[in-house]
Design a protein around this ligand. Structure first.
Ligand code: NAD
Ligand code: UD1
Length: 360
């Protein structure tokens, strides 16, 4: 298939691109590098050597309708068309979304509408969308099925939820359109080569990148947000899923559902929850490094526990997470050790450190 990946240079996009090329798909990646580095493309080129699929890249912002349309027009000029779009591009920092809501609605919501307009213009009728378990808000009961009540608690979460509604409305109006909404739980891990991984800019918001930066000596100690939750050890419980399993979920969803009109909604999680302290212990064991930590009050907006019922994806897509906690932690650790400053060189990282200190 010919597939456009928005946000293709990002964490989940880059791993999914590799999985798609391994299956022989021809890709065009677009990204504005607002949260990624051009170095990713070199790594993808190296890793995809010998694979049946290949990729092209265009640096653009999805809010720029003209630039986006030019990519579709170039495909048409070559006598081809996109069979599908996987839409990863978006902003994802919950705290920032509260401070800059318009920026989030612009990139995540208006950006998606711009993309859909261009797709409509070129009659591309399949979109796979990166949604999030955050749309469920504070769960009333666990595990979460696709039918569980929703109620996102942040601007970021609401931006994802709005797009889900927009896609449902667009499917209702366009009988040929297929929208696959994938609600990710907590993506972690890295490519086993150590060449691709998650590269947060500044201070990581998410748990595993923070722990791995402590283990590698980039940060002094982990702050554990809350030890008074109604969970076995008092710390928050989440459904961590290896990014390779997530990538495989995209491949299956795309290959099976793109020709089936309507909206298709799936949780992508393992169904298994781990606490913050269990994650710390797993990382300590795999890395052999101590992970100093201290407890602090709960982080605003955090829920006590969140994990998926992954049954629908298993039954309908034949997809199930294959990789376990040790795989997630050891692949994260390999990536962190091989790339202590992520995709940046030591010089670029000095600049980042100055910015981080200025922030504090
Ligand atoms: P990421 O930041 O690594 O990747 C997103 C990519 O999109 C980045 O490369 C960024 O530069 C690009 N981008 C952002 N805005 C853009 C724009 N306007 N135009 C063009 N490119 C743009 O994030 P990720 O972790 O790979 O997440 C991918 C998607 O999955 C996002 O939509 C995110 O909200 C969603 N998601 C992520 C998680 C997670 O924990 N990582 C969980 C649930 C959902
Ligand atoms: C967060 C976002 C969520 C987003 C998800 C994936 C918030 C409130 N929620 O979810 O919207 O979809 O990331 O990007 O930000 N923790 C610590 N110390 C840290 C970091 C995290 O103790 O330095 C704890 C958290 O309190 C939580 C667990 O670790 O219990 C996981 O946190 P995180 O990785 O940020 O994911 P979520 O909270 O699930």
């Amino acid at each position: 298939m010919n597939i456009l990946l928005t946000g293709g240079a990002g964490y989940i996009g880059s791993h999914t691109a590799l999985a798609l090329m391994a299956r022989g798909h021809q890709l065009v990646l677009v990204d504005n590098f607002s949260n990624s580095q051009p170095e990713v493309l070199k790594r993808l080129s190296n890793l995809s050597q010998g694979m049946p699929g290949s990729f092209d890249f265009h640096q653009l912002d999805i809010c720029d309708a003209k630039a986006l349309a030019a990519v579709f027009a170039a495909k048409a000029a070559a006598g081809q068309h996109f069979d599908a779009v996987i839409h990863f591009a978006g902003l994802k920092a919950v705290g920032e979304s509260a401070r800059e809501p318009l920026k989030y609605y612009q990139h995540n919501v208006a950006g998606t509408v711009t993309l859909l307009n261009v797709m409509q213009q070129y009659q591309v009728n399949c979109l796979v969308f990166s949604s999030s378990a955050t749309v469920y808000g504070d769960p009333q009961s666990l595990p979460l099925t696709e039918q569980s009540p929703t109620g996102p608690q942040s601007v970021y979460g609401r931006s994802k939820f709005m797009v889900e509604h927009i896609l449902a409305d667009y499917c209702a109006a366009n009988a040929a359109f297929s929208a696959v909404v994938l609600r990710y739980f907590n993506p972690v891990g890295a490519h086993p080569s150590g060449q691709l991984g998650e590269d947060p800019q500044g201070i990581p918001n998410n748990l595993l990148p923070f722990i791995s930066q402590v283990a590698v000596g980039r940060r002094e100690a982990l702050t554990v947000f809350g030890n008074d939750y109604p969970t076995p050890d008092g710390t928050g419980v989440r459904d961590y899923i290896h990014v390779l399993d997530l990538a495989d979920g995209h491949v299956r969803a795309l290959e099976q559902l793109c020709n089936q009109a309507g909206q298709h909604l799936f949780n992508l999680g393992t169904g298994q929850g781990y606490s913050v302290l269990e994650m710390v212990e797993a990382f300590r064991q795999v890395s052999g490094h101590p992970i100093p930590l201290h407890f602090a009050p709960r982080r605003p907006g955090d829920v006590s526990a969140c994990y998926a019922d992954a049954g629908k994806a298993r039954q309908q897509l034949g997809w199930q997470a294959q990789l376990n906690l040790t795989d997630m932690v050891s692949d994260t650790w390999r990536w962190q050790q091989q790339n202590p400053q992520g995709y940046r060189t030591a010089n670029q990282a000095v600049g980042t450190a100055v910015e981080e200190n200025a922030d504090v």
